[in-house]
Design a protein around this ligand. Structure first.
Ligand code: ATP
Length: 248
């Protein structure tokens, strides 16, 4: 698709294009396209930029990942399609393991996502040969590896569904979720919720990780307060938009 860079929706259209290509290649599931649409709607309300609460959460996430014993980044089809290089750079910077974990898991899709990450420089991507299971999740969705997600103490799960986010928390893990919807079950279940678009959030975490290397851990992040502020921001944005229509 040819879209001029000056187009006001250029970034958004490029992301859609990447997802359409990834869907055609079998890397992204149909439901992944719908999930992206829900994210876009929230991004629209947030002004399509990183809000201060998200920046604070990204800094907290970087510190938690740097101080973890076994930090793991869980990757799904959408995230791999949207920002594979950024994922690899973050994994190398921390350093953290990459594990592919899909809601609609098939061996074929697993191989596609892993192959795509490898094409962008990833090494030793976990997930294809699961040997452990997350308790309280039905079979395919709970599959993971002992080396990675199962024993991770800090796990970054961009775009997670609520059930898995809760199950990971119940295992005692520190969970960092990236989700543009501050109202989602995942957002509310996480230790740290980054209300930001994933292609902005991942490079931001990497930058903070570079700055925070060798420094002591940051103080505990107040996730509820950050979610409240993100919801206030959306409420105020809607109110301003409503006011622009005048009284009546
Ligand atoms: P939950 O089960 O947590 O209530 P859900 O069922 O609404 O969530 P899913 O469809 O499992 O959510 O996951 C999609 C979530 O990811 C949505 O909340 C959406 O806002 C978010 N999302 C989608 N694309 C992006 C993106 N590119 N960056 C950040 N967040 C995104």
């Amino acid at each position: 698709m040819t879209v001029p860079k000056s187009h006001p929706r250029y970034e958004s259209l490029m992301k859609r294009d990447k997802l359409i290509e990834a869907y055609k290649s079998g890397m992204v599931a149909e439901a992944g396209m719908i999930a992206h649409g829900r994210g876009e709607a929230f991004d629209y309300l947030l002004g399509e930029e990183t809000i201060p609460e998200a920046e604070e959460a990204e800094m907290a996430a970087a510190s938690l990942l740097l101080h973890a014993k076994n930090p793991v980044i869980s990757v799904n089809g959408n995230v791999a399609a949207l920002c594979p290089e950024a994922l690899v750079e973050l994994a190398n910077t921390i350093p953290a393991k990459l594990e592919v974990n899909l809601f609609y898991r098939t061996d074929e899709r697993m191989k596609k996502v892993i192959g795509h990450l490898e094409e962008h420089g990833a090494k030793n991507v976990l997930g294809l040969k699961p040997d452990a299971h997350i308790p309280d999740l039905e079979h395919a969705r709970g599959l993971c590896t002992k080396e990675g997600i199962f024993t991770a103490d800090v796990i970054l799960v961009p775009l997670e569904d609520g059930d898995r986010a809760l199950a990971l928390r119940k295992m005692g893990k520190t969970t960092i979720i990236i989700d543009l919807n501050p109202l989602s079950r995942s957002a509310r279940a996480a230790s740290v919720t980054i209300v930001d678009e994933v292609t902005r959030a991942i490079p931001n975490i990497t930058e903070f990780a570079k700055q925070l290397k060798g420094q002591p851990p940051l103080k505990k992040f107040d996730n509820e307060a950050a979610l409240r502020r993100a919801i206030d921001r959306i409420t105020n944005a809607l109110f301003e938009l409503r006011c622009a229509f005048g009284p009546g």
